[in-house]
Design a protein around this ligand. Structure first.
Ligand code: SF4
Ligand code: SF4
Length: 707
């Protein structure tokens, strides 16, 4: 035993107290594991280096916590104190083994450093606890759930830290300074002259209070949201590593499959871990455009709902596997989870039906969550069950589903109209079939995936014409699929209709394989995301790029250049709206700005929420085809944010954003200047000319005026 521990009266009592609490902790955790065992298996273990890197970044450095700087500092102070307190506690409950090990090398410098850091972290943690209490009780931001257990846990943490600081202070006052513990040494020195008997009593009181409160914390922890101090490391390590934009694959042929997520039993154990890891911080709630505009959806409540169902399922199970209670039942452990709870449907058990359809699958919640919880996969899983098993979906989706299944586009337009957008262009837009028939497939540089919106929506057809004009100017040998193109299936998949998605996707994969284009370029982030990230699930691995990245590359390579025309001479303030499936899901943030930067006379004014923190236009997740009858309109809110920049135009890189924001701007009474939306290609095309590089044809040629 170390000299320090020998000073503690009744020291051996620490063993039954601490290890008893630890045993209860372990039993309660084991009871949680029975829920994990009753749901679907998952094997998120591969790729140790990436998982380890994520652990360092998100769990140890906690980069996402610092997006809210004050909350980040507060949390980190408590986390650091927790780490150093754990080292001290580990030493106290092992008879000083840890102190002996760390104190031996370098003449005790390592142990002194631990005491120093622990001292500083503990004082900072006290401030952090005070700040957290003021925030919850006085400031009360909407995103934080005010609960008695939350307040009690904060008080408990404060008590643990204060008791430890007190014990160290009185120990220093009685026995002299401890190496490294500069703050408590100074406080102890200030107590010189106090009755030693009183100091001894206070030392014992604080030392035992510290250990007793830690024991209470251990016993209580498994039943509170602060369980995240244990689970968040696992949750971060076991995070989804597939592309964020790829929804989970689904085998529609499997005979024993439940379509989507109906009850707790249909969730994977990683989803249950998500539930137990939620800190109730409300960052997802704050980021959610549906919640922001007053709709019933709250991603935090969905995750909490899953945890509540899991808690309810294990309620009543014996905590001790071989307890007298179990023996009285014949020695068999009753480990059946509450059957009634396991059968509760997630809708409405964890989320209301309206809320499940409010989601625009923008991913802002996933991006905001500090412990990497995946909300979107769960919401779409729930929709899959509603659509495929129960045929419960908003009535207005019926025509969209039918149109995608029969006409292969959500607008229900005939295939023969797919190339109408190219009529009147002063150059030919060849189809891949024609190029193949001419035996020239090898010369194809890029396949332009037009997408249904640009093929059939009159406003978006202008984008297709502008983009094709840029390609032509740069001398890019491109082709389109024309009538062979079908909807990628993105809206169907996100509306929960996996059947229609797989039908469309399989057909497209087959078509694309036939032509084997080196690159597929598209102006639609949804098509881009689906082709790049989801078609591999169906055996179609293709190189896909968004048109912003392709145009930026053409400009960088000198295949495309820009003229300083009369329009460009006067600086025009412009803002860029990042599409969720471009910036947040696929990290394409710089390319659109590079394109705008190449247009003379443009001045970029960023919205407060841009890049990965962008705010949805309201059309994702199939919401383009649904009425927005709850709350206010998401596109109106985004239009308001765009107008606040004072921009003369709103640049976009997505056909849905073009329509939604265009409508939002047109309906905004504050838009007296008539601000409207323009796709990047529409901004670039009027000033684009062939660049000086050898790849360009007819350099210096001015482009025809766009239709
Ligand atoms: S994906 Fe977007 S709309 Fe859906 S819950 Fe998350 S933040 Fe809200
Ligand atoms: S899901 Fe994540 S962001 Fe949302 S409340 Fe829980 S921990 Fe916070």
């Amino acid at each position: 035993m170390t000299e320090s521990l020998a000073r503690v009266p009744w020291y051996p009592l620490v063993f039954p107290l601490f290890y008893g609490a630890l045993a209860v902790f372990a039993l309660l955790m084991a009871r949680h594991l029975r829920v994990f065992g009753a749901v679907r298996p998952a094997r998120p273990f591969a790729d140790v280096p990436r998982r380890t890197a994520a652990l360092l970044r998100y769990a140890l450095v906690q980069t996402r916590m610092f997006r809210d700087a004050r909350a980040g500092v507060m949390h980190y102070a408590i986390f650091a104190a927790f780490v150093f307190l754990s080292v001290g506690m580990a030493s106290a409950v092992t008879g000083g083994l840890v102190e002996a090990l760390l104190g031996a090398p370098l003449d005790g410098a390592i142990w002194a450093a631990v005491l120093f850091c622990g001292n500083v972290a503990a004082v900072a943690a006290l401030g952090a606890v005070a700040y957290a209490l003021v925030r919850r009780l006085v400031v009360r931001p909407a995103r934080l759930t005010l609960s008695r257990s939350g307040i009690a846990i904060l008080l408990l943490i404060g008590g643990i830290v204060a008791a430890q600081l007190g014990a160290l202070t009185y120990e220093a006052a009685l026995y002299g300074p401890l190496p490294g513990a500069v703050l408590t040494n100074a406080a102890g020195a200030a107590l010189a002259g106090v009755d030693p008997g009183l100091l001894e009593a206070l030392f014992a009181l604080h030392w035992w209070a510290h250990v007793a409160l830690v024991a209470v914390f251990l016993v209580w922890l498994p039943t509170t949201k602060h369980l995240h101090v244990v689970t968040s490391f696992f949750n971060v390590y076991l995070r989804k590593l597939e592309p964020r934009g790829a929804l989970p694959a689904m085998d529609l042929e499997a005979e024993d499959t439940t379509y989507g997520l109906r009850t707790l039993a249909d969730l994977a154990w990683k989803d249950v871990l998500d539930g137990f890891t939620c800190t109730e911080c409300g960052r997802c709630q704050d980021a959610c455009p549906a919640h922001f505009t007053g709709k019933p959806l709250n991603p935090k409540e969905l995750v909490m709902g899953i945890r509540h169902l899991a808690d309810a399922a294990e309620r009543g199970l014996p905590v001790i596997p071989n307890s007298p209670d179990v023996r009285a039942r014949g020695g068999a452990l009753d480990d059946r989870l509450a059957p009634a709870t396991m059968a509760i449907p997630l809708v409405p058990g964890a989320i209301s039906e309206d809320a499940a359809w409010d989601c625009v699958t923008c991913g802002a919640c996933v991006e905001a969550c500090p412990v990497l919880i995946e909300h979107v996969d769960k919401i779409v899983g729930i929709r899959r069950n509603l659509v495929l098993e129960e045929s419960r979906f908003p009535a207005e989706l019926t025509p969209a589903f039918r149109a995608m299944e029969s006409a292969q586009n959500p607008w229900g337009q005939p295939k023969s109209a797919r190339l109408d957008w190219a009529k009147g262009l002063p150059f030919e837009v060849p189809t891949a079939a024609a190029i193949a028939a001419a035996g020239e497939l090898d010369s194809l540089e890029v396949l332009y995936w037009v997408g249904c919106a640009a093929a059939f929506d009159e406003r978006n057809r202008r984008v297709a014409r502008a983009f094709a004009t840029c390609l032509h100017a740069a001398g890019v040998r491109f082709a389109v699929l024309g009538q062979e193109e079908a909807c990628t299936g993105d809206p169907a998949r996100r509306m929960g209709n996996e059947y229609v998605f797989q039908l469309l996707a399989a057909q497209n994969v087959e078509t694309l394989r036939r032509y084997g284009p080196p690159v597929i370029v598209t102006a639609c982030p949804h098509c881009f995301n689906t082709i790049a990230n989801e078609y591999p699930q169906l055996g179609g691995t293709f190189e896909a790029v968004h048109h912003s990245a392709f145009l930026a590359q053409l400009l960088a390579d000198g295949r495309l250049a820009t003229l300083a025309g009369p329009e460009g001479a006067a600086a025009r303030r412009i803002t860029f709206h990042d599409a969720c499936y471009l910036a947040r899901y696929n990290g394409v943030i710089a390319a659109p700005r590079d394109v705008l930067g190449a247009v003379p006379g443009l001045e970029l004014a960023e919205m407060e929420r841009h890049g990965r923190q962008s705010f949805c236009c309201g059309a994702g997740g199939g919401r383009m085809w649904m009425e927005e009858s709850r709350g206010t309109r998401i596109n109106a809110e985004r239009a308001r944010q765009a107008l606040a920049t004072g921009a003369a135009a709103v640049a976009v890189g997505c056909p849905f954003c073009l329509t939604m924001l265009g409508d939002g701007l047109a309906a905004d009474p504050a838009n007296e200047a008539g601000v409207t939306t323009l796709d990047l290609a529409e901004i670039l095309a009027p000033v684009a000319v062939a660049g000086p590089s050898p790849g360009a044809r007819r350099p210096g040629r001015e482009l025809p005026i766009l239709q």
